[in-house]
Design a binder for this molecule. Structure first.
Ligand code: NA7
Length: 539
């Protein structure tokens, strides 16, 4: 067993590393730490593994990245033994995969479930983190890894009268484990983001009436989901290394049919045919049709107009169709992937209410009030999203050197070095933190890249007898400037999305993920490591 970080009794820590969260990031982090001989514990608020896929059990929940790529690649045997059944896995299957991984590597014995971290304080004199759990138990660790997820703290708007409503309320990101039967019910759904777009067609099949309250219309592309044939699965399994390598070479870390050419180089007939072909094939591949769609507003309009034509073709009522046509840049908010979303508005018991100009007034005992109209419901679904990227971190009172809190340090927006660390918070790492490609990429490869980088870093520190690593303010500043510079070049930073924190009142408007692409980002991380962790101070 390799030596741990703990050398003398006064230095004693409970664990070399404490990991917060047992989603895909926390599970793989534990796996790597164990194999390096570090003592580690994972703290998880839920009752089992899975993170995002543990909590988001709303009807119709599925991944919008193709299943064969939304999986770990660190173990070739795992890759071969697991078989996905559909093009886009439904939530239960992804959760089953997470459980399979936990069983296969016997991870649960080092995970404490139903246990929430409330605070983490760095003690400079002892060079350790003291982590407080709900109930005030304290644990010490040399390093803390925040594997808390990018979309894990749900956001429920502070509607007046929210406690007066007598029916049932649900948030898509905190769905009851036993499911919900809406049969015969009058249901209201607030929000039209990805969670709403996936759940609305399924809820509509059960509900007596379904009323959707839309503040911003969203673009969504048909999934064309289907069972995977054994031949296809066999082909993928036989060529996994090539598929993964191709994915890593693309900005999204996701192997899609990526065309770097400009839409302006081709005729209208040609690009419309390309969009049609991608629309028929389904999925986020649509946005990879031309290289300038996210950089040039005119180019973007060609794709946006095509989708609007599809909406008008699908939705029978022209007024509803117009309401469903987004007015912003396609891909500015995250592109959604659906099954029968637009067609659902052709059903006689489904209606759409525009709340863009006049917000929802309040909830009432019987439903809600909007623009002078009272709506009566048996159940209301909040599909209102998350306090993305920083919410789960701020939910813990994290204090670094001199007792400075992360909330204070990031009051004007997150400041990180590579999205992995933040100056003044030594030995604290964030997996897929703000300032890293994270949510703009396929999360699984991004998680693995971060976990590998952190694990390699800890092993390197141990081998050289270093106990403390802290990002330097200069390196952090330079990285932040680069993150902002590349964000400014993209249309993605121009609209009120959760990427910029616009969905949470009072949150600073900063484009949080790194948009420079997966390969460029990985090269930078590798370069930093190869130069003995350039930009970090070591002690
Ligand atoms: P999103 O994408 O943040 O969507 C939340 C939706 O809720 C969005 O349509 C919001 O409108 C709407 N919303 C939020 N607050 C209100 C109020 N007060 N009134 C009316 N409507 C409101 O979250 P999702 O869970 O759908 O998806 C998150 C990610 O998970 C997704 O991008 C995929 O990566 C998977 P807005 O657009 O802010 O006007």
């Amino acid at each position: 067993m390799p030596e741990s970080f703990t050398h003398s009794p006064e230095d004693a820590v409970d664990f070399d590393a404490l990991v917060v969260g047992a989603g895909f990031a926390g599970m793989y982090m534990l796996y790597r730490l164990r194999r390096l001989g570090f003592s580690a514990q994972v703290i998880e608020a839920g009752s089992d593994v899975g993170g995002t896929w543990f909590w988001n059990r709303y009807p119709g929940a599925r991944c919008d990245v193709e299943s064969v790529q939304y999986s770990y690649q660190f173990d070739r045997e795992l890759e071969q033994e697991w078989t996905w059944s559909e093009k886009y896995s439904p939530q239960p299957e992804i959760l089953a995969y997470a459980n399979h991984v936990a069983d296969r590597y016997d991870l649960r014995r080092d995970i404490r479930f139903n246990c929430r971290v409330t605070a983490a304080r760095y003690q400079a004199d002892r060079r350790l983190w003291e982590v407080t759990l709900a109930g005030d138990e304290r644990i010490t660790a040399r390093h803390v890894v925040m594997a808390t997820g990018c979309l894990s703290l749900s956001n429920t708007p502070d509607f007046a009268g929210i406690d007066e409503f007598r029916g049932a309320t649900y948030h898509t990101g905190r769905w009851p484990h036993d499911g919900v039967d809406f049969t015969g019910q009058r249901v209201g759904v607030i929000g039209t983001g990805s969670s709403a777009i996936q759940s609305i067609p399924v809820i509509a099949r059960q509900a007596r009436t379904l009323t959707v309250f839309q503040r911003t219309a969203n673009y969504t592309i048909p999934a064309r989901n289907a069972p995977l044939s054994p031949e296809y699965v066999a082909r993928i399994k036989a060529s996994y290394p090539e598929l993964r390598a191709r994915a890593r070479s693309l900005p999204t870390g996701y192997a899609i049919n990526y065309n770097t050419g400009s839409v302006h180089e081709v005729s209208r007939e040609e690009y419309r045919a390309e969009y049609r072909q991608r629309w028929d094939a389904g999925g986020v591949n649509f946005l990879a049709a031309y290289g300038d769609l996210l950089f040039d507003a005119e180019a973007n309009r060609t794709a946006a107009d095509f989708v609007k034509d599809m909406i008008r073709e699908t939705v029978h009522d022209p007024e509803i169709a117009e309401l469903l046509c987004p007015t912003n840049i396609i891909g500015c908010k995250r592109l959604c992937v659906d099954t029968n979303y637009y067609a659902t508005y052709n059903l006689p018991h489904v209606r759409l209410v525009d709340v863009s100009r006049v917000p929802i007034d309040r909830l009432t005992p019987d439903g809600l009030l909007h623009d002078g109209t009272a709506y009566e419901f048996d159940a209301i679904v909040f599909a209102t999203g998350f306090d993305a990227m920083t919410g789960a971190l701020f939910d813990i009172d994290i204090r670094g050197l001199d007792g400075i809190s992360l909330r204070e340090k990031w009051h004007g927006g997150p400041r990180t070095y590579l999205g992995l660390a933040t100056a003044g918070f030594p030995n604290l790492f964030t997996v897929t933190g703000p300032g890293s490609p994270s949510v703009l990429t396929n999360m699984l490869p991004s998680i693995e890249q971060h976990v590998n980088w952190i694990a390699d870093c800890l092993a390197w520190l141990r081998d050289r007898g270093h106990e403390v690593i802290d990002a330097s303010p200069e390196a952090e500043l330079a990285w932040g400037e680069h993150v902002n510079e590349v964000a400014a070049a993209s249309l993605r930073s121009t609209c009120a999305s959760w990427y910029v924190g616009a969905n949470v009142p009072g949150k600073p408007r900063v484009f949080m993920p790194y948009i420079g692409g997966f390969p460029r980002y990985v090269a930078k991380c590798d370069e930093v490591a190869s130069r003995d962790y350039e930009g970090f101070a070591l002690a």
